[in-house]
Design a protein around this ligand. Sequence first.
Ligand code: AMP
Length: 141
Amino acid sequence: MADAAQDSIFTKIVKGEIPCHRIFENDHILAFLDITPLSVGHTLVIPKRQAEKLEDLPPEDTAELARQLGAIARRVVSATGAEGYNILQNNGRAAGQEVPHVHFHIIPRRAGDGLGYRWKAKPAEQDTLAELARRINATDV
Ligand code: AMP
């Protein structure tokens, strides 16, 4: 666990220093309601271990998040009467990450709720994709 001086707001929640509305907890992860929800039941699922981005997290914590996400989402959707949900996970400020502690958003959805999610996708040339895949495959970080 991180030093108090470096604790993220979510680590403070894990430590019980800041309150939350908890909906799931085990030794490795915690789920609680988002304080500024996009929809009723908007939930955050976090590793208890503090790490800023997904790639910073030890694989066992990532695995535990993956193991529990679906079951937590099922309960949230059932309890709120939602019809579906989005999972959102932001990494880096450019991607909209405000809290530097890995978190998955579960955002319950209803048809016509007006939230939206479609981004402006553009078709790419096959040659461009092939060159990009070659570059990524040659990258070892
Ligand atoms: P992101 O933009 O992906 O970093 O999302 C951070 C999320 O954390 C936002 O949806 C905030 O509403 C939420 N949040 C920040 N502080 C708290 C808190 N104390 N309790 C619950 N949710 C929080």
